[in-house]
Structure formats: C-alpha cells, structure tokens
Design a protein around this ligand. Structure first.
Ligand code: FPP
Length: 248
C-alpha cells in the first residue's frame, strides 16, 4: 500500500476524475439495502477530497449521478437526492475551512428544487476559494453535454455569429460544461468494472486510466495514492514516440 511520501508532488495530475462505483454491491455483500452503500460512500468522498486538497491537486471531479441513473428505482433516486442535499449542507463548512470551491457539471436543472437550492448556495459561498475545485457531475452524461454543445454551436452558425471555419477543438471545448477546466489527466474507476460509462468522453482523450477492484465505500486515501503513483510511473506520449519524449 502506498504512502504519501512516495508521491512526487512536482508531477501531480492537475485534474483527477473518479467514477465512484460499487456502492450497491458493497451493501448487498452485507445483506443491506443499496442505499446503505451510497450513504457509506460519503466517507470515501470525504477522504478523497481531503487527500487531493492536501496533496495540491487543482481539480477533482466526481461522477455522483449520471443521466442514466434517472432510470433507477424511484426509491433509490430519492435516497441519492436526499443524501446529496444532506452531504452538501453538512460539508459546506469543511469546504470553506479548507479553501475548496464547489462546482457542478451536468443538467442540474433536472435535479429536485431542494438539491438545486443547496448546490447553488454552496457554490456561491465557496466561489472565491482557491486551493482546489471539487466538481460534482450530477445528472451528467458526456453525450448529453456534447449534444448540447453542438446545438449551441449550430445556433451561432445559423445566426451568422460564427463561421464554420472557426469551429475547432478549442471552440468545442469552450461549449462543454467543463469550459475553463484542465482536462483530467487521471481517471479512476472503482469496483473492477473497466468502462467509461458516458463520462467526460471528450476530456479524457489523453487521460491515464486506473482501475481498482476496491468498491467505492472501501476506497481510502491510500488507494488514491496508489492511483497517483501508478500515473507517475507511466510514460505519457501524447501520440509521440518514446524517444521524442525523452529528448524534451
Ligand atoms: C455507483 O455505485 C454510485 C452511485 C451511482 C452514486 C455515487 C454517490 C455517492 C458516493 C454518495 C454521495 C456523493 C456525493 C458527492 C454527495 P452503484 O450504485 O452503481 O453500485 P453497483 O455497481 O455495485 O450497483
């Protein structure tokens, strides 16, 4: 198991994204309701946020609720929304104490009004914090985000405000929910599943992928350290050859 001292602080990933998976299986293994797994996942969220802030990671994005999660049983959706509200309300002070800004990506208009209000309040309160940005992906899916961006760009072309020749990668990125954020350099998925599940498809083009069998409620800072150390041991070539990278 990794220790903090094994991490090279000078080459931390600027942005870490996490697919927090396995809450349901974790609970089921103990004969408990899936919702107990989600509740237990909050401890892992807290530990990961704290560890990232302490190390000096600039952005941490957590996949908390996908567009597809709306298809889950109503009881589970309600429990997740209630948990979201109570977690945000309970953690805003910690975010303030640790100088962490809260942001969201996704179709937050689709969330219940109580959750929307709680999020807006926490975002406003933490808006000028500078140590780290914690981004919650809520009612988020990458295809939804890209479709929305294409619609907005098409409208601008249609109205004559934008010429098709000026549609480039930067312009597309600036129409995504993540506009202004660095792309994730490390994507972690827990629970042994090796899938991306409609998460940040554009943004993870060059991210290093890290999969662990740990179920999300069991994920702790040492597991995050393992992921970062694995990231730091990899050669990131961005399409170039190994020799080209070494001569830079
Ligand atoms: C995936 O596990 C997890 C979720 C859909 C929800 C994640 C939510 C939390 C960790 C709780 C609170 C977080 C915040 C930021 C307030 P799963 O249900 O798909 O598990 P399974 O694959 O074992 O069924």
């Amino acid at each position: 198991m990794a220790i903090k001292e094994d991490i090279q602080i000078s080459s931390l990933p600027a942005h870490i994204a996490v697919i927090m998976d396995g809450n349901g299986r974790w609970a089921k293994a103990q004969g408990k309701l899936r919702t107990f797994g989600h509740e237990s996942g909050v401890k892992a969220v807290r530990d990961t946020v704290e560890a990232c802030a302490e190390l000096g990671v600039s952005y941490l994005t957590l996949y908390a609720f996908s567009t597809e999660n709306w298809n889950r049983p109503k009881f589970e959706i309600n429990a997740l929304m209630t948990l979201l509200v109570s977690t945000i309300a309970g953690e805003t002070k910690t975010l303030m104490d640790n100088n962490i800004r809260l942001d969201t990506i996704g179709d937050t208009n689709a969330l219940p009004s109580k959750a929307r209000r709680e999020l807006e309040e926490a975002k406003k309160k933490t808006a000028s914090n500078t140590r780290m940005t914690l981004v919650l992906a809520l009612s988020y899916s990458s295809r939804w985000e890209i479709t929305k961006a294409v619609k907005e760009i098409s409208e601008k072309v249609k109205s004559g405000d934008l010429s098709p020749e000026n549609v480039n990668e930067q312009l597309i990125a600036s129409h995504l929910n993540t506009a202004g954020m660095p792309d994730p350099e490390l994507l972690i998925r827990t629970s042994g599943e090796h899938r991306i599940s409609n998460f940040l498809l554009w943004q993870i083009s060059y991210a290093e992928l890290y999969f662990t069998d740990k179920l999300w409620p069991d994920f702790r800072r040492e597991d995050l350290y393992d992921a970062i150390i694995s990231f730091q041991q990899r050669e990131r070539r961005f399409g170039k050859t190994s020799e080209q990278i070494k001569t830079v």
